[in-house]
Design a protein around this ligand. Sequence first.
Ligand code: PMM
Length: 301
Amino acid sequence: MTTVDYPATGLAVAGVPAPTGLPVPAAGHRCLVMGILNVTPDSFSDGGRYLCADAALRHGVRMAEQGADIVDVGGESTRPGAFRVPAEEELTRVLPVVRELAGAGIPVSIDTMRSSVAEAAVDAGAVVVNDVSGGRADPAMARRVAELGTPYVAMHWRAHSAGMDAHARYGEVVKDVVAELRARLDELTAAGIRTNRIIVDPGLGFAKTAEQTWQLLRRLDALKALGHPVLVGASRKSFLARLALPDPLPGGVARDDATAAISAIAAARGAFAVRVHDVATSATAVRVAAALQNPATGESR
Ligand code: PMM
């Protein structure tokens, strides 16, 4: 494992500072693939599949074999309408999985809104904190992450999932999301998180309608202009229904194909990472983008 200076596609990311401290397998200059491991009974597309630690572990290892640069372990569903789980339950779900995957040498991020869970997971070997609330759900999160010293994914977020759809009101969604993320960045850095450790995320589908989500995807350049690496989480989300795909099942094959297409486009436009359920297709997609843009650093694998 090496620490990647700026692990994203060459051309499009010029001028964006490097996120430091993110240990990933030497990846060359391409968009990273974050594989999703929801250890929950109720996540949108994979809820219940990996609730047992053994099944979760096997799936995490499989995603790493398929080309995930990092495995994102979450113990609390954030699908629209989801209610929160107690911290103890979240810890019980994620900690054994984080510990085992990290012990197997797989870079792990912890998908949590709780500073206590973030700290315990980092203690168990997680190397990135992924917070869908960008520090808003837990006032202690920013300071805790600053102390932990890990990279931190700050997603655009307005409210907990149970009521977030009521918050999908914007003047201009791209401008508003960028402005709200900028305000978060100010608070996070004021709390002590080093600026070059923060990755931003537009929060696709979180307090956003399908149309607003498509608008944000069209304008990754506006998000990149914040000067931070951008993570894109489009995988299997309901805005893909717009495509009228032939496979009606959420989490069905067609949504994975659509996700891979978005991964290729996001990578070509300079996304730092894509967060996906189906790793194999997006691992291919980001390599296609890298090879097209920068033949010298396109990987062969
Ligand atoms: N989406 C979900 C959960 N965690 N984290 C980040 N950084 N970005 C996202 O878009 C995101 C996330 C919800 O999706 P899932 O239930 O399919 O995991």
